[in-house]
Write a protein that binds this ligand. Structure first.
Ligand code: NAG
Ligand code: NAG
Ligand code: NAG
Length: 418
């Protein structure tokens, strides 16, 4: 199962049938591989001599159930295997409270394995919706041994320092030093997905959701269940369409509130709300939704001002709000339009960045400080359910923003649906 060569290069470690073995200075190596077909062995030795070798293994494990089994059996086997070859190993584990109803699970997120070289092993756990999740490489509290502790890794492996999510990518075997290594097939895409904060991941707060549901019963009426089911289908489709167009989006308004408060849709909200930066707008958006069975309901505003698109999918409405960066104020805003009067509204948010999260088994983005975003939109009492909500006057971050001139109404108030 485990084979380690005498110089400390992992030949191949196979767990659950997936291998993803790569070296420290991954970015350099990837760039080298990208810039030319293959770096020479000489170049690689030069690269490797500059620092420790990193090693990543992807594990095809069903996140909730199998990680536990994997933890107990496979890791022991592998650790034993490595031990026999004279490696010192230190494990990093993370304890997570996941799911509704929630359970505690402990996941091994990384290893530091040391003999001649230091190997950093980041474990990629397969999660629902076909993405790979990894924990932080360093986590002092849960480190189970320090004999192999290493200095924090270099900046180009930033993505390993925090929890991260990477949409699943294809792997490709390459031969180096007569051994097969596995690297991402599309290296530039891999680098984009892992550079800077692009992979940052936050977990839904299932503990808070449980407490919420202890106070407010979960609506399990047929109507509510039907809404949840249809909203999920809608979101899943919308996500696929926008992903295919490479348009990043996040859960906004009521959908984001439901995520933050109860890790679920809010049945009485009756729609699904997404945010998109206007700068990521693509002309293909409307045609793509329409060709996937969505009905265009309305568009309000123009691309540079208060733009929004609404679709109908079955009985549910999908609102796509476009957001604008106010560079001077360091804020982000979106607009609303009252169709009957042409009145405009502006909703202002503190600047935010986006994080991946898992929402009802779907990999989607939310503003990283979701609480801050929701507080801006719903006020400090967002935890209390409110069924009477006016999108014009209720949000504390709402302000009147003038009126569309009558002569452009036909352009900025465009209602198709009924
Ligand atoms: C492994 O750990 C032992 C005990 O802490 C230490 O004596 C030994 O030098 C370590 N070996 C390596 C290769 O770090
Ligand atoms: C949007 O563009 C129009 C010209 O096409 C311009 O008159 C208007 O001021 C712009 N609005 C904003 C909010 O930048
Ligand atoms: C997120 O925002 C909330 C509310 O504004 C604040 O209390 C909290 O400290 C922020 N969290 C982080 C990690 O910045």
């Amino acid at each position: 199962m485990t084979a380690i060569t005498s110089k400390g290069f992992g030949k191949k470690i196979i767990i659950g049938g997936f291998i993803f073995l790569t070296v420290q200075y991954l970015s350099y190596l990837c760039i080298a591989l990208f810039a030319r077909d293959k770096p020479t062995e000489h170049e690689l030795v030069g690269l490797l001599d500059k620092g420790p070798i990193g090693l990543q293994i992807s594990v095809n494990s069903k996140f909730l159930q199998e990680a536990k089994v994997f933890d107990l059996i496979l890791w022991n086997t592998m650790t034993g295997g490595l031990d026999r070859y004279g490696f010192n190993i230190s494990h990093t584990k993370i304890k997570k409270f996941i799911g509704l109803p929630g359970v505690f699970n402990t996941f091994t997120t990384s290893l530091v394995v040391k003999r001649v070289y230091t190997f950093f092993v980041v474990i990629f756990h397969t999660r629902e919706d076909n993405f790979w999740w990894h924990g932080p490489l360093y986590n002092d509290e849960s480190n189970t041994g320090n004999s192999a502790r290493a200095k924090p890794i270099s900046d180009n492996l930033q993505f390993m320092r925090r929890e991260g999510a990477i949409p699943r990518f294809e792997l490709e075997e390459i031969k180096l030093f007569h051994y097969n290594f596995v690297l991402p097939k599309d290296i530039p895409a891999f680098l984009r997905a892992t550079s800077g904060s692009a992979a940052d991941f936050i977990e839904c707060n299932y503990r808070a959701a449980e407490i919420f549901y202890r106070h407010y019963n979960r609506d399990t009426s047929e109507e509510a269940e039907r809404f949840r089911h249809q909203a999920w289908k809608l979101l899943s489709r919308a996500k696929r369409i926008l992903n295919d167009l490479e348009v990043p989006f996040w859960l906004s308004s009521g959908t984001c509130l439901g995520y933050l408060r109860q890790c679920d849709f809010i049945p009485y909200s009756q729609d699904v709300d997404l945010g998109v930066f206007a700068s990521d707008y693509k002309e293909e958006i409307i045609p793509a939704f329409v060709s996937h069975g969505f009905e265009l309901h309305h568009t309000f505003g123009i691309l540079n001002d208060s733009y929004q698109i609404a679709f109908k999918y079955g009985k549910i409405k999908l609102d796509v709000f476009f957001f604008y960066l106010d560079q001077e104020k360091g804020t982000i805003w979106n607009g609303g339009t009252e169709a009957r009067s042409g009145r405009k509204f502006k909703y202002t948010f503190p600047a935010f960045s986006l994080c991946w999260t898992e929402f009802l088994d779907l990999l989607v983005r939310v503003p990283c400080n979701t609480t801050k975003y929701i507080e801006a939109n719903y006020g400090p009492n967002w935890q209390t359910p409110v069924t009477k909500w006016s999108w014009k006057s209720s949000p504390p971050n709402s302000e009147p923003n003038g009126v569309w001139p009558k002569d452009i109404w036909s352009k900025v108030i465009n209602i198709r649906g009924v």
